[in-house]
Ligand binder design. Sequence first.
Ligand SMILES: [Zn+2]
Length: 688
Amino acid sequence: MIANRWDDEAATKAADAAPDVSAARDLALQVYATRLIGADRALVQYGGGNSSVKLVQKDIFGRDINVLRVKGSGCDLADMDTAHMPALRLERLLELRRLDALSDADMYNTLRGAMLDARAPDPSVETLLHAFLPHRFINHTHATVMLALADLPDAAAAVAEIFGPRMAVVPFFKPGFALGKAAAKVFEANPDVEGLILLNHGHFAFGASARQGYERIIEHTNMVIDWFQKRRGGWPAARCEKRPAPPQQAQELLPLLRGALGDAQAEFSADRDAPMPILDLRTGPNVREFLARSDMVELAGRGVATPDHAIRIKNLPLVLRSPDMAAGKGALTVAISTYVADYTACFQRNRARHERDLQMLAPLPGVIWLDGLGLIGVGRDATAAAIAADMGEENMLAMTLGEDCGGFRPLAEADLFDMEYWALEQAKLGAKPAPKFAGRVVLVTGGGGAIGLASAAAFAARGANVFVVDLQEAALARALEVLGPGHDGLALDITAPGAAARAIGAAVARFGGLDILLSNAGAAWTGEMADLDDQLLRKSFELNFFAHQTFAKAAARVFLAQGHGGQILFNVSKQAVNPGKGFGAYGLPKAATFFLLRQLALELGPKGVRVNGVNADRIRSGLLDDAFIRERAKARGIDEGTYMAGNLIRREVEARHVAEAFVALAEAERTTAHVMTVDGGNIEAALR
Ligand SMILES: [Zn+2]
């Protein structure tokens, strides 16, 4: 059941913060109610749903005018504020009802012309529905249980059984003018209803106050939950809040699958170097319970629960059966080719009905069902993949509830196609060009340290999804906080047996594969060779050489499974070529890593894998901390600033400069076996 989270104290506080006029208080209360709705994932997901309030506001001449404040297009209900609710002159909107038809372009032109603030965001596509209904407070959701209800074969009978005369049913129309008119007509024939169920679409609830409008959303939704629960004799398994550890089988399968999807993407875009998609695997009990259904394959052909989902996850999932998954990349390629061919055929069947010349979208699946194993969301970055996976899970719930309680009958192909290719829906996804490293997975060892974090942040800023590996839990947590959402990580000792396979496996399980390994972690132990402890030297070799080798080996395995090249970047050191007194224990394994870089470049080059590195020197970090800098400067009789700028260009070299060098190497598409020096200039350490 969904909790009623209305809190009088918080609501009053929100209203009191608004200017002391009743209209502003009502707007503040509706914003508060909207945020409550948006914060509940069972009610609203990803920009779905909207809300409105009708008020009297002053125009520029000080005259009172009736306005509709309605959610702006493209913002999330959970982050709602008054600026996201543009004001429109209500009379202008009501006048439109006299028309028999209105194109989307003419509708938006009129909506924009009716706005009090021309700079405000575009109002919701459902603005006219809000305008044509007389209620002061209106809320709208696409809650999954409401979709299950709205997709029943005899939804009207179920609605009557659950709500009696409290609710009316509106047939399906594409959102916009026609739906607004149809909803108003249904309401006027049933003027006592508290809300409307829009077939194949969602739920509207009305209120005389913000609180009543909110509480009706909760009450109605809970009535539907209760009905399904009783009728089905129990609720399906719940979603997991935390990701369960994926089975080993998934770690083997994901890079092959990502590579095969990448092949299809490259073919569609005619770009061999197009990024492979990010894969978000879900293996919770809800997913496994659904996949165990005997009608699973049949349900895969039914379509998505609401047309709103079709723009992100397409109408149908790709289903991979156990034999396909066990048979290697060839079988996956065949399954994907079949999906692409089916999607292309669907596009050809439906495009003719359209006046606009439609361009086919990438024919890849947005959701993949892995028989007995899990569900995958496919996206151009981790955020898009997570949204697709969430929608995939919600669709499984809608299918289960619907099919077990009368039937899951979403819209037919033609209607869903029209929604997927509707210009206004496509606009929701935005046409921003992808950043340089969007869709690239970068694993950074020592990612909590100065150079590691600066590098992780540099790749993240260019759209990459970063997997941070660090010895320290605290450093990892701090790094992930700096990086923000869309990144992940693991704390472990990279010199422990099996650590590389574990870390790379975790990155694969999280993002579906790997594109760039930034093998960065290192530490220096000092002492002159003549009396250096053997164990200490071995310890240094474990971290400064063997960890580089084991991670490179594990990364190469993933690269080869994907079949789309890959990159390895090593943080070497000037010690590798220019020994410093007392730094033998550090320089020796680094010299071996320097050689490893060239050896790997030679051997992996023909597979499209590039291997490069950076020789940095004198960077403020865990290796060279403030106390150490003070000591070294004092020993040389100079101040710290002069010591840190002790190079040809007389400027301190910072971690961010090293990070930029790693990015530059990653961008240099025809460069391999190269080491870039980032030390401000030091002729003794300069490479030939
Ligand atoms: Zn809607």
